[in-house]
Write a protein that binds this ligand. Structure first.
Ligand code: NAG
Ligand code: NAG
Length: 262
């Protein structure tokens, strides 16, 4: 079919193919030395701004805790020290990058916290639109229509997109803030209105993850920063800053090869 479209389109496709620089596989999961870089790798602060935008726009994450040594009722023995990762609702209700959670005290995650566990929150950027052009596609795939294969399970390269883990500990938030936090939290998670603090069924409270370390993987290492973000930089990012950047795939028609729009 595509062969019938005509020459101008073929020229276009060939041009955009030529503009793509394939990732150097040596540096997919680590940054190259500055001397061997085809791109300007973003600084840790620029990465912090992107990360704070992900926190603001991403309502779900995985909380990881470890089981305490002491055993608990209705739980297998010998779990002490075992890590547990579970989905949790996340909201960005405070100004300095400490995510907010509505903790239910019977949840295993928060029972581990009561047992003394530290915590980490893993989140990844999920683009609202799939890219127009996939990393794996080549000019010939395009030309011969090899892209018309069954739908892929993930319509984008997830390892080329930013993700992070926020490490720290849980701190209760002063109940004086409950009203404001309830409105912020329900704004992101409407169903959470059923288990807000003071509900008749589950004992719950607002807590923050006090971020002490940030591990960031911005995407492929030849073009994105991979490493630790200093916590001062994370906390310093202002709303104005994270509102002024864009993540890959926020708008339709994006190119999977492109770097973040800083
Ligand atoms: C929590 O992490 C801090 C370091 O960030 C460490 O000093 C402390 O021992 C950890 N607590 C537990 C229970 O592992
Ligand atoms: C954080 O912001 C303050 C005030 O603008 C500035 O003095 C400080 O250098 C910044 N720290 C970092 C790590 O960016």
């Amino acid at each position: 079919m595509k062969l019938l479209i005509g020459l101008p389109f073929i020229t276009l496709a060939a041009n955009s193919f030529a503009a793509e620089i394939a990732p150097d596989t040596q540096y997919l999961f680590a940054n190259p030395p500055a001397s061997q870089s085809n791109y300007r790798i973003p600084t840790s602060y620029e990465s912090a701004v992107l990360a704070r935008r992900i926190l603001a726009l991403t309502p779900l994450g995985t909380l990881a805790t470890v089981f305490p040594d002491s055993s608990r009722a209705r739980q297998p023995d010998g779990l002490g020290g075992m890590p547990l990762g579970l989905l949790e609702y996340v909201a960005d209700c405070e100004e300095d990058g400490d995510p907010t959670f509505l903790a239910i005290n019977i949840e295993t995650t928060f029972r581990n916290v009561q047992g003394g566990s530290n915590i980490s929150l893993a989140q990844q950027w999920t683009p609202p639109y799939p890219p127009d052009k996939r990393i794996k596609s080549t000019f010939f795939d395009w030309l011969f229509g090899r892209n018309d294969e069954p739908k892929e399970k993930v319509p984008y390269s997830a390892v080329n997109l930013p993700r992070y883990s926020l490490l720290g500990y849980i701190e209760k938030i002063d109940p004086a803030s409950t009203k404001a936090l309830s409105s912020c939290f329900v704004n992101t998670h409407p169903d959470a209105k059923y288990w807000l603090p003071g509900n008749k069924i589950h004992e719950s409270e607002f807590v923050r993850l006090v971020v002490t370390q940030i591990y960031w993987i911005g995407g492929f290492g030849d073009r994105a920063y991979i490493g630790w973000i200093p916590v001062d930089e994370w906390k310093n990012v202002t709303r104005k800053e994270w509102e002024s950047v864009r993540l890959p795939g926020e708008k339709k028609g994006w190119d999977e090869w492109s770097t973040s729009d800083l």
